[in-house]
Design a protein around this ligand. Structure first.
Ligand code: NDP
Ligand code: OXD
Length: 308
């Protein structure tokens, strides 16, 4: 069995070593531009199109949950090639940590106290009532559901929005475009953990963000293009949005000249909300390769018509 590996950044060797541990019989190689040799499986992050067109390819395993870096090739992708996403692989726990940190920072006003510290100010700020601090989660998939459960443990009211209707204990579930307005109007904190698709690109735009209650907070841990950055900046500057925590940006790395860096109510992290954990991710991928080799169906195959 031949497996090609590709990622635009980072050293490939540790990934190949990990693959070799789980699939000792496989011939492993790092894909380079000139490589047109046959392969059975590809293990990739943001792969160029020619890699996905290698002869003999039976499936492409994405080294992340979001497959936008593969589906961006659109109709040029080989039609029958299964694209397989990472299913949690330790990302849910990281997302719960990140979302809890950001929500608690706003709820307990740690962000305000940090700004007060810059001015050497020792000043009490009135706490927010928790029952009014509803967290609305856009995207109730593998990661969104775990974030919801984590935030429920802190006692926050939690709402969720997804394409298909969910029934999750303790979470008020909204579904589809018709229920988006009601969901937004009830969200004091909005957490975006949607996949990036044609339907979700630009969803965090001015019209939608204005539906949030005045003084709302926005947390984007999904993809940069979900957010219309100028719209958010204007709403932060006019006070409608009291703060935003952004792990992703339209252009990554966020350019040094970007106004987000200088806006004190915007917190930036460099796309680290949930990183791909090598051992658990490769274990998951190797397990699925073995299943495919045995002719068994696997979970996590992307529905190209939906884009996730
Ligand atoms: P899933 O595919 O498991 O879940 C996606 C959720 O979004 C589902 O609930 C789905 O609805 C919902 N959804 C999709 N399209 C729409 C739509 N048009 N309207 C309403 N709801 C919609 O994905 P994951 O939870 O595993 O991951 C989500 C995203 O998080 C990834 O695609 C990736 O971009 C991002 N991510 C970011 C990371 C970071 O470090 N910043 C790390 C990991 C992931 P339904 O349930 O009905 O299908
Ligand atoms: C992912 C990511 O999609 O790391 O997994 O962004």
């Amino acid at each position: 069995m031949k497996i090609v590996y590709y990622a635009p950044e980072g050293r490939p060797e540790p990934w190949l070593e990990e693959l070799a541990k789980h699939l000792p019989q496989a011939q492993l190689r790092v894909w380079t531009e000139a490589d047109q040799q046959a392969a059975d499986y590809a293990v990739v992050w943001k792969p160029p199109l020619p890699l996905l067109r290698l002869p003999g390819l039976k499936a492409a395993f994405n080294l992340g949950a979001g497959v936008d870096g593969i589906l961006q090739h659109g109709a040029q992708l080989p039609p029958g090639l299964p694209i397989v996403r990472l299913d949690d692989a330790g990302m849910g726990e990281q997302m719960v940590e990140y979302a809890s940190w950001a929500v608690l920072a706003y709820f307990r006003r740690f962000d305000d106290y940090a700004r007060q510290q810059q001015q050497a100010q020792w000043r009490f700020l009135k706490p927010y009532p928790k029952r009014e601090f509803t967290v609305g989660i856009l995207g109730m998939g593998v990661l969104g559901r775990q974030i919801a459960a984590g935030l429920r443990q802190f006692g926050f009211p939690v709402n969720g929005w997804s394409r298909s209707r969910k029934d999750i204990e303790g979470v008020q579930c909204f579904a589809g475009d018709d229920e988006l307005d009601g969901f937004l109007r009830a969200s004091r904190v909005l957490v975006c953990i949607l996949p990036l698709t044609a339907a979700t690109t630009g969803i965090l735009n001015r019209a939608n963000l204005e539906k949030l209650p005045a003084g709302a907070f926005v947390i984007n841990i999904a993809r940069g293009p979900h957010l219309v950055e100028d719209d958010l900046l204007a709403l932060v500057q006019n006070g409608h949005i009291a703060g935003a925590t952004l792990d992703v940006a339209q252009q990554e790395p966020l350019p040094a000249s970007h106004p987000f860096w200088r806006e004190p109510r915007i917190t930036i992290t460099p796309h680290v909300a949930a990183v791909t954990l090598r051992p658990i991710s490769i274990e998951q991928i190797a397990g699925k390769i073995r299943m495919l080799e045995r002719g068994e169906p696997i979970a996590g195959v992307v529905d190209r018509s939906l884009g996730y």
